[in-house]
Design a protein around this ligand. Structure first.
Ligand code: AHM
Ligand code: MG
Length: 326
């Protein structure tokens, strides 16, 4: 039986940095603890609103705050993390006692906040960058997605699963609740290039720009329309769960920019959501763009910047991106 530990040990033999291994193992331990809290729900006192707002003006849930604190505390102790940035923090969180530690970690501690209180899958998303030379500041984090050395998520669903990449494929591990061990259950995950399934929040339809309007209209026409096949729709409203489905059976996921607020290109965040998920999707043979360009090549300007997202099965992503370019 292969586990997260043995898989990382093998990767280390093939050159994976031991500090990065340590970091990923520490992250997995924290996520195990988060999973336990999520599973106990009301009994662990983690449901409901925190009564605070994050830097983006969104209401925080108790679990947003609790998981953020857990990750900050545990990763600071590893000695290999120089600083962290989180969707739930206004500013970066340096770890002065870590000295010249080699890595920076960015995370969305609890993705899918609207699903916490209704017992629907939620997750933790992470992205790891190398610490650049010089003094640590926000700019240290503003590296393109192509610079990520590891990325992944843990989905807290019917099973708790950790899915990650260090740049040589995507591997999925299921937490065995009996032993507390992440077991390799989904080695070398691959996204089919074709699909008949799409994910988008249809309630925003009236706000979309014309390329997305056109694309979705063509999908909805089904067998007798231009595409000549029927498409199915899924929208979980937890990006981790939607991406997890796509990594398992293909599909296309979109959270496009729309006409509501031209200063906000979409809802999702480049550094905590779009980049790590793009790294996973590309490593699994899929594609990921903001409608116009490869997400991982976007030069970040701000830590909390938003990003339109079109990712999943390559042929569909290419089609949507092509519609934007026309
Ligand atoms: P969150 O990080 O505050 O939970 O927001 C991100 C989530 C994604 O997981 C999901 O794809 C999207 O928001 C759903 O948005 P909507 O509620 O507009 O459908
Ligand atoms: Mg999120």
């Amino acid at each position: 039986m292969k586990t997260l530990q043995t898989t990382l040990a093998d990767a280390q033999k093939n050159g994976l940095d031991s500090a990065l291994t340590e970091l990923i193992l520490a992250l997995s331990e924290t996520c195990k603890a988060i999973s336990a809290k999520v599973a106990r729900g009301a009994m662990a006192g983690v449901l409901g609103a925190a009564g605070t707002e994050n830097v983006q003006g969104e209401d925080q849930k108790k679990l947003d705050v609790i998981t953020n604190d857990m990750l900050l505390e545990d990763l600071a102790k590893t000695g290999v993390v120089a600083a962290m940035a989180s969707e739930e923090l206004d500013e970066i969180s340096p770890v002065p006692e870590a000295g010249n530690a080699p890595y920076l970690v960015l995370f969305d501690p609890l993705d899918g906040s609207s699903n916490i209180d209704v017992n629907v899958s939620i997750g933790t998303i992470f992205s790891v960058l190398k610490r650049p030379e010089g003094a640590l500041c926000e700019a240290s984090f503003l590296q393109a997605g192509t610079s990520q050395v590891a990325a992944g998520y843990v989905v807290y669903g019917p099973q708790t699963q950790l899915v990650m990449t260090t740049g040589s494929g995507v591997h999925g591990f299921t937490l065995d609740p009996a032993t507390g061990i992440f077991v390799l259950t989904n080695p070398s995950m691959k996204i089919s290039s074709q699909t008949k399934e799409f994910a988008i929040n249809m309630s925003n339809r009236r706000h979309w720009y014309s390329p997305i309007q056109r694309y979705i209209e063509e999908l909805l026409e089904g067998k007798t329309g231009k595409r000549g096949k029927d498409f199915n729709m899924r929208w979980i409203a937890s990006m981790v769960a939607d991406v997890h489905r796509i990594l398992n059976r293909g599909g296309i996921f979109m959270y496009p920019a729309d006409a509501r607020d031209p200063d906000k290109p979409g809802k999702l965040r480049l550094m905590y959501e779009a980049n790590p998920m793009s790294f996973l999707v590309e490593q699994a043979g899929g594609a990921s763009t903001n409608g116009r360009m490869r997400i991982m090549e976007i030069a970040p300007e701000k830590l909390h910047q938003r990003c339109a997202v079109v990712l999943g099965s390559e042929e569909e992503v290419k089609l949507v991106t092509g519609y934007h370019q026309q």
